[in-house]
Design a protein around this ligand. Structure first.
Ligand SMILES: *[C@@H]1O[C@H](CO)[C@@H](O)[C@H](O)[C@H]1NC(C)=O
Ligand SMILES: *[C@@H]1O[C@H](CO)[C@@H](O)[C@H](O)[C@H]1NC(C)=O
Ligand SMILES: *[C@@H]1O[C@H](CO)[C@@H](O)[C@H](O)[C@H]1NC(C)=O
Ligand SMILES: *[C@@H]1O[C@H](CO)[C@@H](O)[C@H](O)[C@H]1NC(C)=O
Ligand SMILES: *[C@@H]1O[C@H](CO)[C@@H](O)[C@H](O)[C@H]1NC(C)=O
Ligand SMILES: *[C@@H]1O[C@H](CO)[C@@H](O)[C@H](O)[C@H]1NC(C)=O
Ligand SMILES: *[C@@H]1O[C@H](CO)[C@@H](O)[C@H](O)[C@H]1NC(C)=O
Ligand SMILES: [Zn+2]
Length: 459
């Protein structure tokens, strides 16, 4: 009996755990929002009532492991392609391409050449007959493969969050002439700007910046409610990277180690990229012993876990500063920024978060971590778009979906153990009662005990 109940219990869970069919229903619009530089632990350190309200009705991923280098452009392109930087080609804020001899800087980024090693979701979704919209998302004003999103706006820091939001909701809603956008991406530059300016440890200044960010989330929710989109749209709120506290006490001066004639500098901090001018080995040796808080790598020796090697735009030598350290060239004491990012993507301070809400998501569900490259296959799944080859997987994100019944393994184990214990106790009690009944001076009663008694004398 015990065995039968146990088997029944396990089969029941197996049936419940099978995939539901609702994911194959017609997709609803998807809005991807990036709050630049939103370090994961800001959620614990500062009150964020509107954001909390949003993820309590949906899913919160406490930490996202983002891609190296933990800079704005590489990570924004990873979010919409699911690729590591080495595979999408946007490797840093400053790049040099040794084949075309071109230079890239984030303020001069519209040459398609830099972006064409990958195809962002706002283009792939066009092939499925969808309209798409991007609001100042890095790279979205670039004509990639002769195309842009159906609607886009070039970057302009003077346009408020509210103005950006109003246009995005209009694009999603559509009108008599044009069908609404099924995929929209919205970029906002805070709390990154304040994080650089004040440093993440400045509780007062960051508190104020994050209060404003949270109010923007409040605006987002009320705008979606007002336009009737709330409940009929999936919303992802995430970020590209975190922020580390820097200090004038933690400067690494390259001029202390070698002459500027020895190398050509492509990018400086916290990941420097440089090309040795004459003797690469001698230059590497000087850099290798330059500072205890800076690691020098020859391109071929860059650790595999960083996925930052297989691209011609990665220079022969890179230097990686330890968390909170800043690389400078000159003999200066001046710190360029109180907060910075770009460091090793295994550092929690570099990690952003993810909040997801809408009809496709579970409610009140929390996950401790996910890879940021997994967001792309998740979005493709939500839109029923075939994902292009990428470095993420839907497997890790599946449990966030309402259509999936995922069992918490420890919970299932404790349930099974609990049921087993209860059954064992019941069985023991039953046997005790029975042995009490069958023992003692009442021989005739045994004859009335029903058929499954296996006493051979009674047959
Ligand atoms: C599967 O979808 C149906 C229809 O929407 C729903 O009623 C049901 O609760 C879902 N089952 C599970 C296990 O999620
Ligand atoms: C799943 O969805 C498909 C397409 O909507 C439908 O044809 C099929 O009957 C559904 N299967 C179940 C088990 O509900
Ligand atoms: C921007 O980049 C283009 C192409 O790489 C270059 O020709 C141009 O001089 C750059 N403009 C500025 C202002 O740096
Ligand atoms: C882009 O358009 C130009 C001119 O119409 C055409 O020559 C070129 O082949 C197109 N490139 C791609 C990648 O489609
Ligand atoms: C928003 O839409 C209005 C009206 O179409 C347009 O004039 C304005 O330039 C748009 N702003 C942005 C930032 O896209
Ligand atoms: C570095 O540059 C200095 C000054 O130009 C030169 O004397 C020295 O040989 C160079 N060293 C290396 C390793 O390139
Ligand atoms: C990432 O994905 C691309 C495209 O499929 C692939 O070429 C590359 O090898 C992948 N990188 C890793 C480390 O698996
Ligand atoms: Zn950023």
């Amino acid at each position: 009996m015990l065995f039968k109940i146990l088997v029944g219990f396990l089969c029941g869970t197996a049936v419940l755990a099978t995939e539901n069919n609702t994911t194959h229903a017609a997709p609803v619009p998807l809005l991807l929002v990036s709050l630049d530089g939103f370090r994961a632990d800001y959620l614990q350190r500062f009150p964020m009532p509107n954001l909390q309200l949003l993820y309590r009705q949906g899913v919160l991923v406490e930490q996202l492991t983002n891609v190296f280098i933990t800079k704005t452009f590489p990570n924004h392109y990873s979010l919409v392609t699911g690729l590591y930087a080495e595979s999408h080609g946007i490797l840093a804020s400053n790049m040099y391409d040794p084949v075309s001899h071109k230079h890239f800087h984030v303020s001069n980024d519209t040459d398609p050449m830099w972006w064409s090693e990958a195809q962002p979701l706002w283009l792939t979704a066009l092939d499925y007959g969808y309209k798409t919209a991007t609001m100042m998302w890095p790279g979205s004003d670039v004509i990639i493969g002769n195309r842009t999103a159906t609607h886009f706006s070039p970057y302009n820091s003077h346009v408020t969050f509210q103005q950006r939001l109003a246009n995005v909701t209009n694009w999603i809603l559509g009108n008599d002439k044009e069908q609404g956008a099924m995929f929209a991406a919205l970029y906002w530059e805070e709390p990154d700007r304040s994080g650089h300016l004040y440093g993440p440890d400045n509780k007062e200044a960051m508190g104020e910046a994050l209060k404003a960010v949270d109010e923007n989330i409040g605006l987002l929710v009320s705008e979606l409610k007002q336009t009737g989109l709330w409940g009929r749209i999936n919303v992802l709120v995430t970020s590209d990277h975190g922020m580390a506290q820097c200090s004038a006490e933690r400067l690494i001066r390259l001029d202390d180690c070698l002459h500027r004639d020895n190398y050509t500098l492509v990018d400086l901090t916290p990941v420097a990229a440089l090309i040795p001018n004459h003797d690469p080995t001698a230059v590497f040796d000087l850099l290798n012993k330059c500072h205890a808080h800076m690691t020098a790598y020859l391109k071929k020796a860059i650790p595999e876990r960083l996925h930052y090697q297989n691209n011609k735009r990665i220079q022969p030598i890179i230097l990686l500063a330890d968390e909170g350290w800043t690389i400078v060239q000159g003999k200066t004491d001046k710190l360029p920024r109180l907060g910075d990012h770009g460091y090793d993507n295994s550092l929690p301070s570099m990690h952003p978060f993810l909040a997801a809400t809408g009809p496709s998501f579970r409610q009140g569900y929390q996950v401790s971590s996910l890879q940021s490259v997994d967001i792309y296959p998740l979005m493709c799944h939500l839109l029923s778009v075939q994902p292009r080859p990428n470095n993420g997987t839907l497997t890790r994100a599946r449990c966030m979906l309402a259509s999936e019944s995922c069992w918490d393994v420890p919970l299932v184990v404790s349930l099974v153990v609990g049921v087993l214990l209860a059954l064992t106790t019941i069985t023991l009690l039953f046997r005790m009662l029975r042995s009490r009944q069958t023992s003692g001076p009442r021989p005739f009663q045994r004859l009335h005990i029903d058929d499954d008694d296996d006493d051979p004398l009674l047959e």
